[in-house]
Design a protein around this ligand. Structure first.
Ligand SMILES: Nc1nc2c(c(=O)[nH]1)N[C@H]1C(S)=C(S)[C@@H](COP(=O)(O)O)O[C@H]1N2
Ligand SMILES: [Mo]
Length: 231
């Protein structure tokens, strides 16, 4: 990873400050000296501190030809000018973020292997924002345990919070050194070395933090595939 493993809340909020990130109520998420005024969720902080990065590959190892587009119902049309990423559920600060806001947050690049259960794998470079940084801004409440990711094509996934705050779980907007192509999930897709391909939602529009798993757990999971899907 290019970024250091952990940025401080203060650094994150200073960075966010450049984009004036506000919650849906319109309140700035930091005070004038860069501190967040919300109570800290200690369980969330502990999860962040306990996660360990997975080894990565050198950039020369990328395999652009091996990456197969895999979409259950084609590429959805997305109006990029009006695109927002919404974060809601059991959070103190529900957020509605524009792409320009997200791109002002710390950038992380990683080279990892993507593995599809259909029998292919590819080493890919992904660049984007850590989901943990977005959640730190949204401030999960103490009972937060899962995150649902909803996509513009109707795809949906749920992840355990520990996997979501892993340092290499990104919402990526860059792939193999270029802007993320539409068919691979632009403008934002999940990318992480710790879970199988079907957990890596493309065209993510919404994160919903929950205290429980709902009857619908994920598009492929609800058809019989394993939920945790760790690698
Ligand atoms: N929204 C959405 N995300 C999705 C899918 C999909 O059909 N829709 N397919 C999944 C599967 S099975 C895989 S293997 C990867 C494929 O990512 P790629 O098309 O960029 O190779 O995306 C995952 N994310
Ligand atoms: Mo897949």
């Amino acid at each position: 990873m290019i970024e250091s493993n952990r940025i401080s809340r203060r650094q994150l909020l200073q960075c966010a400050g450049a984009g004036l990130i506000v919650n849906v109520a319109g309140t700035l998420l930091y005070d004038p000296i860069g501190r967040i005024s919300m109570p800290v969720n200690e369980a969330f902080e502990a999860l962040i501190l306990s996660s360990k990065p997975t080894p990565e590959f050198p950039i020369t190892a990328i395999e652009p030809d091996k990456l197969i587009v895999n979409s259950f119902r084609g590429t959805p049309a997305i109006d990029l000018a009006n695109f927002t990423l919404n974060i809601s559920g059991t959070v103190a600060n529900p957020l509605s973020l524009k792409l320009v806001d997200i791109q002002k947050l710390p950038f992380t690049s990683m080279v990892i292997r993507q593995v599809c259960v259909e029998g292919w794998a590819a080493i890919v470079q992904w660049g984007g924002v850590r989901v943990r940084d977005l959640l730190t801004l949204a401030q999960p409440q103490a009972d937060a345990k899962y995150v649902y990711f909803k996509s513009a094509d109707g795809y949906y996934e749920s992840w355990d919070l520990a996997s979501v705050v892993h340092p290499q779980t990104l919402l990526a907007y860059q792939m193999n050194g270029k802007d993320l192509p539409k068919e691979n999930g632009a403008p934002l897709r999940l990318a992480a070395p710790i879970k199988l391909g079907y957990k890596q939602s493309k065209w993510v529009t919404e994160l919903v933090v929950t205290d429980r798993l709902l009857p619908k757990r994920g598009y492929w999971e609800d058809l019989g595939y394993e939920w945790f899907a760790g690698i």
